[in-house]
Write a protein that binds this ligand. Sequence first.
Ligand code: GLC
Length: 520
Amino acid sequence: MIQVLHISAECYPAAKTGGLGDVVGSLPKYMTQAGIMSAAVIPKYALKWIHGRAWDTVYRGAIRSDWRHLHFSVQQERDNTLGFPFFVVDIPGLYDRPGIYSDPVLGHYEDEIERYIVFQQAVLQWVAAFSPLERPRVLHCHDHHTGLIPFMVQHSPDFRGLSNIPTVFTIHNGQYQGAFSWKHQALLPYFDAWARGYLDWNGAVNPMAAAVKCAWAVTTVSESYLQELHHNSMGLEPLFRAEWHKEYGIINGIDAEVWDPVTDAALQYRLEGDQISAFKQQNKSALCAWFGFPEDQPIISYIGRMVGEKGSDLLPDAIKNYIHSGGSGSFLVLGTGDTWTQDQFRQMSYYYKGRVNAVIDYNEALAHQIYAGSDFLIMPSRVEPCGLNQLYSMRYGTIPIVRSIGGLKDTVPDIAAPYGSGRGIRFDQVSFDDIGYAIHRAVSMWQYEPGIVAMLRRRIMSIDFSWEHAVQQYFSVYQRIGAPIEVFSGRKEQDNVQEEKEETPDIQHKTRKSKSKQAK
Ligand code: GLC
């Protein structure tokens, strides 16, 4: 039985544009492994992974959207490839397109508002068709695409039967709130007229604001980002402050099975025993050969979407300034995004041949190789709710250079931090000078302190970034809002108590407490 249903626009490897996909692709697996049976549901896009699977229809229904009736089906992936039940909502004409939010050639889909309003209703209609005892114990919504669900279950007559299911809303990116004009109101399901204020923020329907108001708990993906939202959240600051009592910061984990230097099939050379320097050197040689870099210089890489939040637009000039001031090192870039930034990197690959190279593409396998073969990974983010790339890079022995913000601040103490807790290099300001100086510190360390670099690599590769800790924290949030989660040991349900004691001690402890609470 599904205890937690994760509802999202992305889920790796089915559909991913960024970290949201990674998280929703792995969190349910690790929750399930900890005994909290979890599932995920996303729209059925026309993407390669989705096409290559077998699907079984588990539900059929229809949704009114303005003047149209849209027929949909919910389908389950037959082979359970992801390690948890994975569902998609299929609506011909609405989701079966080659992109997630935008067409690879034509750009943004104009009907995004309708696509996600309908998706959320379809999911709720399907859940409402479960027998009450079989219903998920928590609806866990991710980002604004699913932000209307906490409102709909409470204030829409169609779904009010679900109003006693606790809702949790996780913010992976507060920059995108999904706001739209009230003139699209006819796309919404009917709702109590008096509840209109829950949807509204500054005269528009704002799904993120509605979720923060209506969800039973709101989480975001790091403690520092939660604090930052109280001061800087594109106009929602007073709301985040008012709802502080139900907000939690829980840092993401990474999928340690996908990101394992010992087994990673995408790497040219895998880690053997504790031969860290051989692992780094061999993978670096591969990068140098592919990208025309000298082996006796450090490689500093950037991987990710080229959008304002990530600060990637600062890098071209910061790198040029650094190179022209006599700094050494090679720069490698992988990602797609803003046209200006892409063009800058393309030009730099030409004018600074042998020093700068860029692959303007989304390429998961190459990303793995770059994490393994680089010396440093730079993340000059303006905003970073958690950041996964610094975690991947540390797992592969690449020292992060990060701006002190959000999750970067929480996961990468500077090498000058007390008690030998440093993991990388940090800088404070979004400025060319600060970025340049941070690169300079990194390169000097690489040149003059090889012993420290080797020690740091060993240290960061041994950090436990797995999901176990985050799963425990989500579980406490579920408990706190009274979700009657049952924890199963998976292997032998009849011998439940005995086994849970051995396998998930903390969760078991809390479960017993909650059961007795329920009994009262
Ligand atoms: C978003 C955020 C990123 C976070 C990820 C997963 O992509 O920008 O910081 O790590 O979501 O939560």
